[in-house]
Design a protein around this ligand. Structure first.
Ligand SMILES: *[C@@H]1O[C@H](CO)[C@@H](O)[C@H](O)[C@H]1NC(C)=O
Ligand SMILES: *[C@@H]1O[C@H](CO)[C@@H](O)[C@H](O)[C@H]1NC(C)=O
Ligand SMILES: *[C@@H]1O[C@H](CO)[C@@H](O)[C@H](O)[C@H]1NC(C)=O
Ligand SMILES: *[C@@H]1O[C@H](CO)[C@@H](O)[C@H](O)[C@H]1NC(C)=O
Length: 231
């Protein structure tokens, strides 16, 4: 009983953040947020949630982003009826998901793109292995306006984090130090972290053997068309 008690009251995040990252709640992390292009932060942080299990990182990222898009109607999840709200459960049970998911593994970037754009009024730009300049242009442009959000698909190893392929929203960009703010959906492992954009680009330029494709970025918005000019 005593052991269980200590486990339950342990640290909020199980793992120490990698040395190259900066925690959002540090004084420099908060200062960067206040000077950054962070419209997406103020929308997505309201809805950002923990992945319900290890294979739900893509769907948890998408759920937070869809709740943040104005004008996109949410379905009613029976657990919150009668209030419409995107949840990992309602997305998982949608026909948009059942046609793509590989049981027991989770989704690939291409599958997540295809799920997101299956919902009415949602546009997706599906970007494979962006260069540093492409990623910076896409992220700056997407985060500098309303109703436009970024989901990164990366290999945790490239950031010296514990784990493998993962998805999480990128919600702010600091131009002074070329850093991005990630809201990790595995909240029980890592807190929100500022990361070097170059490190994230390296972690996205990795080959996903399950997908047989490189990882990358998804821009999810109600109008992504003009972001293609970055590519
Ligand atoms: C930031 O949050 C972590 C828990 O995630 C905590 O351990 C740390 O003390 C906090 N840092 C500051 C400066 O408040
Ligand atoms: C993860 O959760 C989803 C949604 O509830 C469920 O469909 C899936 O079977 C779960 N996967 C694992 C490995 O527990
Ligand atoms: C996403 O991009 C990859 C190329 O990296 C492509 O193979 C795949 O078909 C695209 N998927 C969608 C849904 O656009
Ligand atoms: C990861 O750790 C290695 C070995 O300490 C180091 O050389 C590398 O720069 C680190 N990368 C990041 C992104 O922190």
């Amino acid at each position: 009983m005593l052991l269980l008690f200590f486990v339950v009251i342990g640290s909020a995040h199980a793992l120490p953040p990698p040395p190259a990252s900066i925690e959002l709640n540090s004084s420099i992390g908060m200062e960067m947020l206040s000077r950054s292009m962070a419209r997406s932060y103020w929308q997505v942080s309201i809805h950002y949630e923990t992945q319900v299990n290890e294979s739900m990182c893509g769907i948890a990222s998408l759920s937070a982003v869809l709740n943040s898009l104005e004008g996109v109607d949410a379905p009613i999840d029976p657990i919150y009826a009668p209030y419409p709200y995107w949840t990992q459960g309602s997305i998982s049970n949608d026909a948009c998901v059942s046609r793509v998911v590989t049981p027991g593994y989770g989704v690939t970037r291409s599958q997540l793109a295809s799920i997101a754009e299956c919902f009415p009024k949602v546009s997706v730009l599906n970007v494979s292995a962006p260069s540093l300049d492409e990623a910076r242009c896409l992220i700056r442009n997407a985060l500098g306006r309303d109703n436009s959000h970024v989901i990164s698909n990366f290999d945790r190893n490239g950031l010296n984090e514990s784990g493998y392929g993962h998805f999480s929203p990128i919600v702010a960009y600091d131009a002074k130090q070329d850093l991005v703010l990630m809201l990790d959906v595995a909240k029980y492992k890592y807190p929100p972290l500022w990361l070097k954009l170059q490190d994230l680009v390296d972690a996205m330029n990795t080959f996903d053997i399950f997908a047989n494709a490189y990882r990358g970025l998804l821009l999810v918005s109600t109008t992504t068309g003009d972001l293609r000019s970055c590519l």
